[in-house]
Design a protein around this ligand. Structure first.
Ligand code: SF4
Ligand code: FES
Length: 373
């Protein structure tokens, strides 16, 4: 019997409902992380959708089958109406996850969020001590505040995921990061090696891990997953510039979820605006169902017909979908190209050489992100 997955045509992907949406409520943020993945051009406060528009978007999302909403930013707690927005998502039975640095949350706000239906919190971690975390986040006192928020979350037994972005400067503290997640009572830890999109590309020399760090991180994660079975689930985003095969970015373009920007543009992934020629419809004016099924941007890389060689005839294409379109655009200048992370890409050697050079660089200054007005 042939057990290999059969390529799924674009029409089948188009007909399948999305599972999740990422709602970027604002690009404003008190932190200045040098690996910020938000676009180089941030949405200004004046352009942000109001709570009523978000309520309409959530209702449309639920209607087309979305199950969970990730409320993100920037820092979503920068919005005074966050509680109302959470309530609107909960009212249409979406599972609500808040992705936050913790800055801007108080005990009272946390209680109000839970009362309004918040079901899960994903707390970002810039380091395991104040010196590292406050320096990387560019926000003095941020680590202490975060630990306080983690304690409030634990006391209320709100399911907690810690999201630790790892890079050259903090990967050696990965074992401490895992221990901290256990101490804080997190159910899940996302060990996310920095991805070089958006602002992060300006900090390649300061953040690119070495190959040895990447290899050691994989070993530590494998060991901890075994040791902490039943205690902590660890998700792991590897250092793909040192890898041989790419990640299945977004689980395949336009196949599992979508992003809505602070001003309402609906995109297949957070960096899709870097691909020239794609036009993004505006929510809630255009219904999410129409966008999901008919938007040219969403249909651009569904299925396999858009692929070039070597992806087109490769048997891994049902697993990784040719990798990341935005990374192909950034490095190959062609969104249809094989992700240069792939060993079969003609650009693979150049990508790895650049990664080695950045990893070997010493003393590069961090270029911090700034928040929009
Ligand atoms: Fe994936 Fe394309 Fe590389 Fe095959 S050639 S492993 S489909 S990126
Ligand atoms: Fe856009 Fe990977 S970030 S497809």
């Amino acid at each position: 019997m042939n057990t290999q997955a059969q390529p799924e045509p674009a029409a089948a992907v188009q007909a399948r409902p999305p599972m999740a949406m990422l709602a970027e409520l604002t690009h404003r943020c008190p932190l200045s992380c040098p690996y910020c993945s938000n676009p180089l051009e941030l949405a200004a406060k004046a352009s942000e959708l109001g709570a009523a528009d978000w309520a309409t978007i959530f209702a449309q999302a639920a209607e087309i089958g979305v199950l969970q909403v990730h409320l993100s930013g920037g820092e979503p707690a920068s919005r005074r109406d966050l509680e109302e927005i959470v309530g609107a998502a909960h009212a249409v039975d979406l599972y609500t996850n808040l992705i936050t640095s913790g800055v801007g949350l108080t005990e009272r706000r946390l209680d109000a969020l839970v009362d309004n239906g918040l079901e899960h919190i994903q707390l970002s971690l810039q380091g395991v001590d104040a010196e590292m975390a406050d320096r990387i986040g560019g926000y003095r006192g941020g680590f202490a505040r975060k630990m306080q928020v983690a304690d409030w979350i634990a006391r209320r037994e709100i399911p907690l995921t810690l999201n630790a972005v790892m890079h050259k400067q903090n990967l050696d503290r990965l074992p401490d990061t895992i221990e901290l997640a256990v101490e804080l009572g997190a159910r899940r830890l996302e060990v996310a090696t920095v991805q070089f999109h958006g602002w992060a590309t300006r900090n390649r020399a300061a953040l690119m891990p070495t190959r040895a760090q990447a290899r050691e991180a994989s070993r530590i994660v494998a060991e901890a997953r075994e040791r902490l079975r039943g205690v902590l689930v660890i998700d792991y985003v590897t250092a793909d510039h040192h890898a041989e095969y790419p990640k299945p970015c977004m689980g395949g373009w336009g196949s599992t979820g979508f992003n809505v920007t602070p001003d309402g543009r609906v995109m297949p992934c957070h960096a899709a605006h870097t691909i020239p020629g794609l036009v993004f419809e505006q929510a809630p004016g255009t219904h999410l169902g129409d966008i999901w099924r008919h938007s040219a941007a969403f249909n651009a890389f569904r299925g396999f017909d858009w692929m070039q060689e070597p992806c087109r005839s490769c048997d891994r294409k049902t697993r990784d979908f040719g990798g990341c379109r935005c990374q192909a655009m950034a490095f190959a200048g062609d969104a249809r190209a094989t992700d240069p992370v792939c060993i079969k890409s003609p650009l693979h050697a150049r990508l790895q050489e650049a990664a080695e050079a950045d990893a070997a660089a010493e003393g590069a200054e961090l270029v911090y992100r700034t928040s929009p007005a």
